[in-house]
Design a protein around this ligand. Structure first.
Ligand code: PRT
Ligand code: ZN
Length: 284
């Protein structure tokens, strides 16, 4: 029995999907010009597909699980489960209007022509806000629609914002914040479920590790308690004596979010020689 996973064949999510599998210790060949491949050290078969087709393949059970943008999952509205977020492919689905247009709120969208590749998500958003607009579905280069007179506004994916900027548009509403997710078929059998759990366990360990750093520092023993109190650690920090009397080496794990604040406090408390090291896997 093998678990069959669908990932994007080429495009923005392809490399990060492969990278995550590799970080999970799963060896696969890259999918250039290939439809599918097998992992050599995990019971996993990998299908390379267009991202738009992944929810349907997973719903139909052609693939058991898939990696795809949440934006595509919501747009395709297929009956699949989202098992976890994957931490890559981050973007937002936003409304944008020409920079010269004054914008005072979502009510301004009423009666406008909006171009998008996401008609389902857009229609739901407009309905929730009591707006009637004319949705023009187009499949690519949505950002040029206002410039050629096809639409008054657009609803498109944004990451850096430079595409909007270059086309004279401004982002005015964020409809959805999206990232890649792992989706699963609703009817996995017990064996497939077990393999999925094994994979999820590894994905969580990789994700946790990315959000944390291993920190080593030298602390004067006089101020050791103060320094320890600043550090969370997985249980509590490790403290080892240095060869030089009066000093200790303190090891701990810090979350990316509070990282700089804690480092500053540690320095202020007399910590020296602070080393920050990436963590590869984290299992708690
Ligand atoms: O061939 P296939 O159908 O598989 O790929 P695709 O061309 O449909 O999708 P692809 O590879 O472009 O994107 C796949 C997924 O990446 C999307 O569904 C999102 O989940 C995610 N993603 C993350 C993005 C972006 N960021 C993004 N910036 N998808 C598209 N964009 C486009 C956006 O449409 C716009 O044209 O990039 C432009 C905006 O980028 P900025 O940086 O200029 O704001
Ligand atoms: Zn696509």
């Amino acid at each position: 029995m093998k678990l069959r996973i669908a990932i994007q064949k080429s495009g923005r999510l392809h490399e990060d999907s492969i990278k995550l599998l590799k970080e999970c210790g799963i060896d696969i060949n890259n999918g250039v010009n290939k439809l599918k491949t097998e992992a050599s050290n995990f019971p996993l078969e990998v299908f390379f597909l267009r991202d738009d087709d992944i929810p349907q393949y997973v719903e139909d059970g052609v693939a058991d699980i898939g990696m795809v943008g949440e934006n595509v999952v919501l747009e395709k509205n297929r009956s699949v489960k989202v098992a976890t977020k994957l931490g890559f492919g981050k973007c937002r689905l936003s409304l944008a209007v020409p920079r010269s247009v004054e914008y005072n709120g979502v009510k301004d969208m009423d009666k406008l022509r909006i171009a998008t590749s996401y008609p389902v998500i857009l229609e739901k958003f407009l309905k929730e806000n009591g707006i009637t607009a004319d949705i023009h579905e187009i499949s690519g280069s949505v950002e040029i629609a206002p410039g050629i007179g096809l639409a008054d506004a657009i609803c498109d994916l944004v990451s850096s914002g430079s595409t909007l900027f270059m086309n004279g548009l401004k982002e005015v509403e964020v409809i959805l914040k999206s990232e890649s997710v792992l989706i699963t078929n609703n009817n996995l059998n017990a064996e497939q479920q077990q393999l999925l759990e094994k994979l999820l366990f590894r994905i969580q360990a990789v994700k946790k590790a990315k959000n944390n750093k291993y920190v080593l520092l030298n602390a004067p023993n006089d101020n050791l308690q103060k320094i320890i109190s600043l550090l969370p650690g997985m249980k509590s920090p490790t403290v080892l004596p240095l060869a030089e009397a009066g000093w200790s080496s303190v090891h701990s794990v810090l979350n990316e979010n509070d990282f700089w604040d804690i480092i500053e406090s540690l320095k202020a408390a007399g910590a020296q020689g602070i080393l920050v090291v990436p963590i590869e896997k984290m299992i708690i």
